[in-house]
Ligand binder design. Sequence first.
Ligand code: GLP
Length: 260
Amino acid sequence: MEVVILNGSKQIAQLAADAIGELLRRKPDAVLGLATGSSPLPVYDELALRHERDGLDFSRASGFALDEYVGLPPGHPESYREVVLREFTNRVNIRPENVHGPDGSAADIPAACSAYEEAIAAAGGVDLQILGVGTDGHIAFNEPGSSFTSRTRIKSLIEQTRRDNARFFDSLADVPHHVLTQGLGTIMDARHVMLVATGAQKAQAVRDLVEGPVSAICPASILQFHPHATVLLDEAAASALKLADFYRHTYDNKPAWQGI
Ligand code: GLP
C-alpha cells in the first residue's frame, strides 16, 4: 500500500488524473471503476478539464460504478447511475453504452448482481478503481462485517452511513436502507485501486485502514492485501497516521519512473 500525503484536493486530483491519463494512453480501452460520494469529485473535475483542454480521450474506455441504492425510481437525481453520469461521464467522451452500474430497481436482485459481475468480467476486469471511504471504514457500500471475499450483492446500510448520506436527500427518511454494492472480493480484483480521502472527519477511518489490523470491522483495511493500492490523502485526513513522516519521505524520494 502506498500512502501519498498532499496539500489538498487540487493536488490529489492532479496526481489521480495523471495516473488515469497515463493508463488511457497505454490502454485506450481501459476499464475504470467509478466511485460516488464527494471525495472523487475533484478528480472528475480534473479529468473533465483535461478532456476539454488537452483532448484526453475516453472514447474507447468504459466505466463501472461501485454501487447503487435499492428502490429509487430510475432517473432519480441521487441514484448513483445519475450521479456518475452528471459528475463525470457526461463531461467526457465515454460512450453512454459503456457506462454501467448495478441495477437497484431490478425485480430479481440476485440475478442483477450476478449479471453485474459477469459484465465486469466480460469487459476484462477493472484496470483502475477509484474509491472513497466512509467514516466507518466502508468502501463502496461494504459496511463493517462484510466478507472479504464478497461479490456484488444487496446490503443494509448502517445508520451512520444513512446520516452521512442524508445531505444528498431532502431528509434522512428519504435515504434508502438497502443498496447493491460490488463486494470486497470484486474490488480486490481491480488491477490498481486508488482511494481518496480528505478532511479531518476521515482521519480515524484512514488510520484504521492504513495502520490498523486487517479486520472486517474496517472493510477498507482489506486493501492492505492489495498488490497495487494507492491512498491519496490531504493533511487533515492523514493527521492520525503514526508513520506519516515515513510516507512523506518515501514519496518525496521515489524514483520518477515509478509513477503511482
Ligand atoms: C458512500 C459511497 C462510497 C463513498 C462514501 C464516502 O457511502 N457508497 O463509495 O466512498 O459514501 O463518501 P464521501 O466521499 O462523500 O465522504
